[in-house]
Design a protein around this ligand. Structure first.
Ligand code: PEP
Ligand code: MN
Length: 293
């Protein structure tokens, strides 16, 4: 079976998905950042304001967290969505958050501007159909062991319900390697570009699992043609309840943004961010990429 809806019909067919100030899939590089999970109001708003100042297009943060252990922090659920909605109102930035259960889709869609389907749910077909019935854009992460064919077929499930606003996200796949959390499959970027008109962004945070590998992988992703980056940023990674070891500080994220500029421009991307100087002694964009923790 071919890719009826996700496949390219013409060589230069390209879907552009507008969310807030972002045009995902256009010449512009889309930057999405935020903590893995919404932990409390202070933590999230602190992250949100810093990221707004740096100039990101969208804020991420999980209210429902898919955790390996049932005893690990599972997210704040409804309270987390309220905090996300408040952060969205205060910053004016669109919110990206995950839904894990068909029963929560309507609820999550009220707060999310971009609904995330996590890796572990890439082939949860009922969930794909349910988000397909909303009008909201969907961020479809690649499954832990999914082939590119299975991933595009998962996108077909969403599109077949009438929702054409699908953004793919490569976040690393399971291999025999254990030094990194996953193996970032950057070949998926040109492969998806050949097969599909859908935008593809890269999440180097969940791929590497290590904060100091995030910047080099982010640069490589931009060089290979990714339409954007999804990166975990926490105001204090050492205190994070989830994925602290792979989270950048806002200062290191700001440095990475500056370092991405020549790479983005070299591959024909527009790199225009509404960066604002921090009100403190030193502008966030002037920090060097320093060791954390
Ligand atoms: C996340 O984005 O926090 C997440 C859980 O990602 P993934 O589904 O890629 O593991
Ligand atoms: Mn995470």
């Amino acid at each position: 079976m071919g890719y009826k809806l996700t496949g390219r019909k013409t060589i230069d067919e390209k879907s552009i998905i507008n969310i807030g100030d972002a045009a995902v899939g256009s010449e512009q590089l889309t930057m999405i950042a935020g903590p893995c999970a919404v932990e409390n109001r202070d933590q999230y708003l602190q992250a949100a304001f810093k990221l707004k100042q740096i100039g990101v297009h969208m804020l991420r943060g999980g209210a429902f967290k898919p955790r390996t252990s049932p005893y690990a922090f599972q997210g704040l659920a409804g309270e987390g969505l309220d905090i996300l909605a408040e952060a969205g109102r205060l910053t004016g930035l669109p919110i990206v958050t995950e839904v894990m259960d068909t029963r929560d889709v309507e609820f999550v869609a009220r707060c999310a501007d971009l609904i995330q389907i996590g890796s572990r749910n890439m082939q949860n077909f009922e969930l794909l159909k349910e988000v397909g019935r909303t009008k909201k854009p969907v961020l479809l992460k690649r499954g832990l062991s999914a082939t590119i064919n299975e991933w595009l077929m998962a996108a077909e499930y969403i599109m077949a319900e009438g929702n054409a606003k699908v953004i793919l996200c490569e976040r690393g796949i399971r291999t025999f390697e254990t030094f990194t959390r996953n193996t970032l499959d950057l070949s998926a970027v040109p492969a998806i570009k050949q097969l599909s008109h859908l935008p593809i962004i890269v999440d180097p945070s969940h791929a590497a699992g290590k904060w100091d590998m995030v910047a080099p992988l982010a640069k490589a992703a931009v060089a290979v043609g990714a339409d954007g980056l999804l990166i975990e940023v926490h105001p204090c990674p050492d205190e994070a309840m989830c994925d602290g070891g792979q989270s950048l500080t806002p200062e290191n994220y700001a440095s990475l943004m500056a370092e991405l500029k020549p790479i983005a421009e070299a591959v024909g991307r527009q790199f225009s961010f509404k960066q604002k100087r921090a009100s403190g002694k030193q502008g966030l964009t002037h920090f060097k990429f320093a060791r954390q923790g």
